[in-house]
Design a protein around this ligand. Structure first.
Ligand SMILES: [Zn+2]
Ligand SMILES: [Zn+2]
Length: 334
C-alpha cells in the first residue's frame, strides 16, 4: 500500500510529490480516498513550524472530503463508498472525561490530522472511524472540506453559548472564518451584524446574510452600538479595542474569540457589572461536527471557495499567503 501525497521538506521548501507506506490500517480506522481537501491557515502555520510541532516531510491538509475505501476490523456504522469529511482532529481516546462528555476535540490524547502524521494533501488519508463525519446527500464534496475545520470552529460558539434565534450576533472579520459565521448566524435566526475594516465588503456581507454592517475603522460606529449584542464572534487575529467590544455587548453577552490575537486586555469592572464574558473555543467535538454538517445541508450553507488542482498546491499556498483568497481554497485531488 502506497499513499501518494505532497510533502514539504522544511518550512521554506515547496510541496513535492511524496510517497509513503502507511502500514496496516488500524482496528478502529477508516481509509478515505481524498476527493477534495481545503487549505486552512493552520496548514500554513504548520508548514512554517509556527507552533514548534511540525515534523518534516510535512503533509498538510485537514479539511478532507472523500469516500471511504477501507475499514478496520472493528469499525461499525460506516461502509465502503460512504462520503465523509475529516477536520483538524482525526482520533481521540473515546474514554476520557472530555471524550465522554462530547468534547472529543479536547481529549489530551487527541490526534491532529497533520500533527506527527500525514494529512489530506494526498490521494488517501486515514482517521479513527468516529472522526470520519458522514456527509449528507445534499452537501457537495467539493464545498464541504472547509466546513470540517473552519466551519466547525465558527459553528461551535453558537452551540457553546446557547445562542437563540432572538439573539443579536456580530461577526468580526469577513474572511475565511467570518463569511461562514455570518451564514450560520443568519440561518440560526439571529439578527446579524458584520464588523469589518473594509467598507467595500458591505454589499458582500449583506449577500452572505448580514442585516447590518459596522465599519470598525470608525470608532464612533462601535461606540454607537454599545449594549447591542448577545455574542460578538471575533474571527480576526489582531489586537482590538477590547473595552469598546465589551461595551458593545448586551448584559450577559459573550465576546467569543476564535481568532488568535496575541493578548486580550480588558477592564474588569464592566465585565462584572454586566455579567459579560470573554470566551474562546477550538474547533468542536464529533457530535457538534455532525450537527454542523446537517445544519449546512438543511439551510444550503456552503463556504465560498476557490478550487485548485492538488498538483498546483504551491500556487494555492501562494494565493493563501497573499491574503487574496475568497474565501477558502480547496484542492481537487487528481
Ligand atoms: Zn484548520
Ligand atoms: Zn479522550
Amino acid at each position: 500500500m502506497t499513499i501518494h501525497a505532497y510533502a514539504a521538506a522544511g518550512p521554506d521548501a515547496p510541496f513535492e510529490a511524496f510517497e509513503f507506506d502507511p502500514g496496516p490500517l488500524g482496528y478502529d480506522q477508516v481509509e478515505i480516498a481524498v476527493e477534495y481537501c481545503g487549505i486552512c491557515h493552520s496548514d500554513l502555520s504548520m508548514l512554517k513550524n509556527d507552533w514548534g510541532m511540525t515534523q518534516y516531510p510535512f503533509v498538510g491538509g485537514h479539511e478532507v472530503a472523500g469516500k471511504i475505501v477501507a475499514l478496520g476490523e472493528g469499525v461499525k456504522g460506516l461502509e465502503a463508498g460512504q462520503r465523509v469529511g475529516v477536520g483538524w482532529t482525526s482520533g481521540s481516546c473515546l474514554r476520557c472525561d472530555q471524550c465522554l462528555s462530547g468534547y472529543q476535540n479536547r481529549c489530551p490524547d487527541a490526534e491532529g490530522t497533520i500533527v506527527a502524521r500525514h494529512g489530506g494533501f494526498a490521494d488517501r488519508v486515514r482517521a479513527q472511524a468516529a472522526w470520519a463525519i458522514p456527509v449528507p446527500d445534499g452537501v457537495d464534496l467539493a464545498d464541504c472540506g472547509p466546513l470540517f475545520c473552519g466551519g466547525l470552529t465558527v459553528f461551535g460558539p453558537f452551540v457553546e453559548n446557547n445562542i437563540s434565534p432572538t439573539d443579536r450576533v456580530a461577526v468580526v472579520g469577513i474572511g475565511g472564518l467570518g463569511h461562514m459565521a455570518i451564514g450560520f448566524a443568519r440561518a440560526w435566526g439571529c439578527e446579524v451584524t458584520a464588523f469589518s475594516t473594509s467598507p467595500d465588503k458591505e454589499a458582500e456581507a449583506r449577500e452572505m446574510g448580514a442585516h447590518h454592517f459596522l465599519n470598525t475603522r470608525d470608532a464612533s460606529q462601535l461606540a454607537a452600538a454599545a449594549g447591542s449584542f448577545d455574542m460578538i464572534l471575533v474571527t480576526v487575529n489582531v489586537a482590538l479595542d477590547w473595552d469598546a467590544y465589551v461595551a458593545a455587548l448586551r448584559p450577559g453577552g459573550k465576546l467569543h474569540l476564535v481568532g488568535a490575537a496575541e493578548k486580550v486586555s480588558a477592564t474588569v469592572f464592566p465585565l462584572i457589572l454586566g455579567q459579560k464574558a470573554i470566551t474562546a473555543s477550538p474547533t468542536g467535538g464529533i457530535v457538534t461536527a455532525r450537527k454542523m454538517i446537517e445544519f449546512c445541508d438543511r439551510h444550503a450553507l456552503k463556504p465560498t471557495i476557490e478550487e485548485f488542482p492538488m498538483s498546483e498546491i504551491n500556487a494555492a499556498f501562494e494565493h493563501l499567503e497573499s491574503g487574496k483568497a475568497r474565501y477558502r481554497i480547496v484542492l481537487a485531488a487528481g
